[in-house]
Design a protein around this ligand. Structure first.
Ligand SMILES: Nc1ncnc2c1ncn2[C@@H]1O[C@H](COP(=O)(O)OP(=O)(O)O)[C@@H](O)[C@H]1O
Ligand SMILES: [Mg+2]
Length: 400
């Protein structure tokens, strides 16, 4: 009689694919993971270089870099728990964005090959990872490890930090513009720019908050906390921003959550379909300066017209408190929706949306009538109406 098989638990390649390799299909989302790692490494500068001819994307940061041990124990460890090991703040006092140790896997959802060059205190480590070789290594019987290929050459111009060269990118880079990429990376972070000592540039030009490129479409804005810098960027507002934080302070305290950011409405819904194919008719949720969920507007199922005009960015740090468990799911683009903190946020936001819906229809009616009154034919018509009709005419919904 042969001995019974040993009990063994294994992790399949399939699991790895779900955790990262098949996670994102879009380049900006993956670049955001790499940019987030640069932030966590206390980098002050990150440069992204897209080379369409060579079909490569190079991301370089001037952060702390990694020694050989860090490469093995952190970068090459799937599921490295950085906050347990490295604590709640980086040496320069930033709150780290990473936590699950799977961000780097997302690289392989857009590129087959990644070369990593990283240096710290004169120690240099260079290696190449190949998605297809990883797949083979891990799916082989009894095999659980993958050994990246060490690279003998060192790029002489790399003195500090980490350089990652992505190649064999099946999704063609040709349709991607530098401006488009800047827009889409800008929309995923709120901590890019000199103010945060974190300058991210694409092919030589720095990304700024204005690269989000939707400010000029905003007609009205409701703000939570200090949003002065942002409101200044909105050049076409029909009314000054309305500060809402004090009005909902009790609600927030009751639920033990904080909120900052803004909700706005645009002049016309088609301004929220942008040229890169992003749907901007959304309320994005941010944690620690990085987009954590692309949209929570969809959750509310608001069918009224105003909902088509909504765009916003909300920051809520309590969704990410360590001692209360981990709210970010492995998909990284969405939050655990049954978490009480998320539920509380949802409640507050829904009640804000109702408030905004009311304001929006009032303001659109009166501001629309003002616009109509400036059009000569319409103002003549209004002038000709008898007084009792005129009042009605002025409150008609011209803008609808
Ligand atoms: N550019 C970088 N510079 C220094 N260390 C890095 C860099 N990128 C990744 N690392 C290290 O590799 C670890 C794993 O990265 P990642 O898979 O994105 O997971 P996480 O960010 O959740 O920890 C990080 O915690 C960090 O220690
Ligand atoms: Mg990370």
């Amino acid at each position: 009689m042969t001995a019974p098989r040993k009990l063994v638990m294994t992790i399949s390649l399939n699991a790895l694919e779900h955790l990262g390799i098949n996670l994102y299909s879009n380049i900006p989302a993956v670049l955001s993971e790499i940019v987030a790692n640069a932030w966590d490494a206390d980098a002050k500068k990150v440069s992204v270089t897209i080379d369409k001819t060579a079909e490569t994307i190079i991301i370089e940061d001037d952060g702390t870099g990694m020694g050989r041990d860090a490469v093995i124990d952190r970068f090459l460890t799937v599921g490295y728990k950085r906050r347990d090991e490295l604590g709640e703040a980086t040496p320069s006092g930033r709150k780290p964005m990473g936590r699950k140790g799977i961000g780097k896997l997302s690289i392989f959802s857009i590129a087959r090959v990644a070369e990593v060059y990283t240096t710290v205190s004169g120690e240099r480590t260079a290696f190449r990872m190949d998605r297809e070789v990883i797949r083979k290594a891990i799916s082989g019987k009894g095999q659980v490890a993958y050994e990246p290929e060490e690279l003998p050459n060192w790029p002489s111009d790399l003195k500090k930090g980490t350089r990652i060269v992505l190649s064999k990118i099946p999704r063609s880079l040709s349709g991607m513009t530098v401006e488009g990429l800047k827009r889409r990376v800008a929309r995923r972070f709120s901590i890019i720019g000199p103010k945060y000592d974190f300058v991210v540039s694409v092919n030589g030009t720095a990304i700024g908050p204005e690269d989000r490129a939707y400010h000029n479409a905003l007609q009205y804005i409701w703000t939570y906390g200090d949003q002065e810098e942002l409101v200044k960027l909105c050049k076409h507002l029909d009314r000054p921003g309305e500060a809402r934080l004090l009005k909902i302070a009790n609600e927030l305290t009751k639920h033990h959550i904080s909120l900052s950011g803004w909700i706005g409405t645009v002049f016309k819904p088609d301004q929220l379909k942008d040229e890169d194919g992003d749907n901007l008719n959304r309320l994005a949720v941010f944690m620690r300066g990085k987009m954590a969920q692309e949209d929570m507007l969809d959750d509310f199922g608001q069918k009224e017209i105003y909902a088509d005009y909504i765009i916003g960015e909300l920051h809520c740090e309590q969704l990410d408190v360590d001692d209360q468990g981990d709210i970010a799911t492995s998909s990284r683009q969405s939050l655990k929706e049954d978490d009480p903190r998320f539920e509380a946020l949802r409640k507050v936001v829904l009640s804000e949306l109702r408030y905004i819906a009311g304001k929006w229809s009032d303001w659109r009616r009166t501001d629309g009538a003002k616009v109509a009154a400036t059009v000569p034919a319409v103002s003549a018509w209004l002038g000709n109406l008898k007084r009792r009709y005129e009042k009605k005419g002025r409150t008609m919904d011209w803008a609808a």
